[in-house]
Every structure is written in structure tokens, then in C-alpha cells.
Unconditional design. Structure first.
Length: 98
């Protein structure tokens, strides 16, 4: 009978530990999402997918010895909006371990 009472205490403490770890993980994940700017990553992914599509199209018609002339420098980009936020190394740091 004493062993059963001890089991309930162990289960309750385990549940508290799991909920506490979940809370800390949620907080760390939220901070990471808030501090991480997803727009450059999305833009890079979009550009890489476009390059992949164009490469697949080219590979359908190109022969084994085909070449492509590539400019060494890209054209000057037209920027309509300049970010005012400067780089912050603390924001780019990974979240602390659990």
C-alpha cells in the first residue's frame, strides 16, 4: 500500500517536470521565432527554387557539351526600401539549451 502512495507522488512530480520543460521549450521557441527574421530565408528559398526550375528547363533541351554564358557581376539591384535595423549578433545567436 505504501508503494502505491509513493507511485502517485512520483507520477505527479514527473507530470510537473514535463509541464515545466514544455513551458521552457515553448518560451525558447517563441523567442527564437520572434527574433528570427524569416523574410530573407523565404526570399532565398524562392530564388533557389526559381533557379532549380530554370535549370530543369534548360537540362531538357541542352546537350552534353552545352555551355551558358554567365555574367561575373549581377546587375545593380533596385532597392525600394532600406532596412533601418542593423545587424545584432545577439539576435542571431541560437536559443539557449534546455
Amino acid at each position: 500500500m505504501t508503494e502505491l502512495r509513493g507511485t502517485v507522488t512520483v507520477i505527479r512530480q514527473g507530470t510537473r517536470d514535463v509541464l515545466d520543460q514544455r513551458h521552457r521549450l515553448s518560451k525558447t521557441l517563441k523567442e527564437h521565432i520572434v527574433n528570427n527574421d524569416p523574410f530573407p530565408e523565404r526570399e532565398l528559398e524562392r530564388v533557389l527554387r526559381g533557379i532549380q526550375r530554370e535549370l530543369m528547363t534548360w537540362m531538357e533541351t541542352a546537350g552534353p557539351g552545352s555551355t551558358v554564358d554567365v555574367d561575373l557581376l549581377p546587375p545593380v539591384a533596385k532597392i525600394s526600401f532600406q532596412r533601418e535595423k542593423t545587424y545584432d549578433s545577439a539576435a542571431a545567436a541560437p536559443p539557449p539549451p534546455l
